[in-house]
Design a protein around this ligand. Structure first.
Ligand code: PGA
Length: 250
């Protein structure tokens, strides 16, 4: 932990309905306890649930975020798309951008850069995902990949107070396979160095994502360079999500 609070970001991906929102009451309760108040607990459900989720948590310490947006900052003829303005209007405060599941669907660094700019314009806080594929790791190209993703994704962006980086090795997402703590520290430090060298903020927060669960949370939270977690599968179950929060903050 790099400071006295941690981020716990639930990425629900393409899951969830109203009944599932109601099942998160135990997390709302936890967020109100003195011990957990300082941490940032954020739910990122599908677009369809943003407003309902916001209404449920607006008087608590939880926040809401989206999982993506269209790169166009203005309204327009983009059937099926949702932009940052529409997201902001739901009460959401955060947005995940550059997730590997979208990169794998053809999203480029250039598009991600446009999306980040559009979301910053709406004052949304960005959770910017970067990470290498298994083949890239095997070729020892992790640093190179991270550098490209960070440099192009953050091109021409001057202010970083609304940007958080989520380091997610693609081979670790949904697989149960995690990098060793040493490898993880090394890659997070790589990210820090790249950001400092390119004159981006060196105080930027870096989270880890990829198969975080109640069993590995304690060990992962010992890595001092990491300020929290982006959690997929385990965040769908409130008990597991709470376990992760408790184990990482003890
Ligand atoms: P996972 O997903 O926790 O299910 O591995 C993490 C993510 O994709 O953000």
């Amino acid at each position: 932990m790099t400071n006295n609070y941690m981020y716990f970001i639930a990425n629900w991906k393409m899951h969830g309905n109203i009944a599932d929102i109601n099942k998160t009451s135990s997390v709302t309760k936890l967020s109100r306890l003195k011990k957990f108040k300082k941490h940032k607990i954020i739910y990122c459900p599908p677009y369809t649930l943003l407003k309902n989720f916001y209404n449920k948590v607006k008087n608590s310490n939880l926040s809401i975020g989206a999982q993506n947006c269209h790169s166009n900052s203005d309204y327009g003829a983009f059937t099926g798309s949702v932009n940052a303005k529409l997201i902001k209007s739901t009460g959401a405060k955060y947005i995940i951008l550059g997730h590997s599941e979208n990169r794998n669907n053809g999203e480029t660094d250039l598009t991600i850069n446009k999306k980040i700019k559009a979301a910053l314009k709406e004052n949304l806080k960005i959770i910017f995902c970067v990470g290498e594929q298994l083949s890239e790791k095997r070729k020892n190209n992790t640093h190179k990949v991270l550098k490209k993703q960070l440099t192009l994704g953050l091109k021409n962006i001057k202010k970083f107070n609304n940007i958080i980086i989520a380091y997610e090795p693609v081979w670790s997402i949904g697989t149960g396979v995690l990098p060793k703590n040493l490898e993880l520290s090394k890659n997070v430090n790589s990210i820090k160095k790249i950001l400092t060298k390119s004159k981006k903020s060196k105080n930027i927060k870096i989270l880890y994502g990829g198969s975080v669960n109640p069993k590995n949370a304690k060990e992962l939270s010992k890595i001092k360079e990491i300020s929290g977690f982006l959690i997929g599968g385990s965040s769908l179950n409130s008990k597991k999500f709470i376990d992760i929060i408790k184990k990482s903050t003890n």
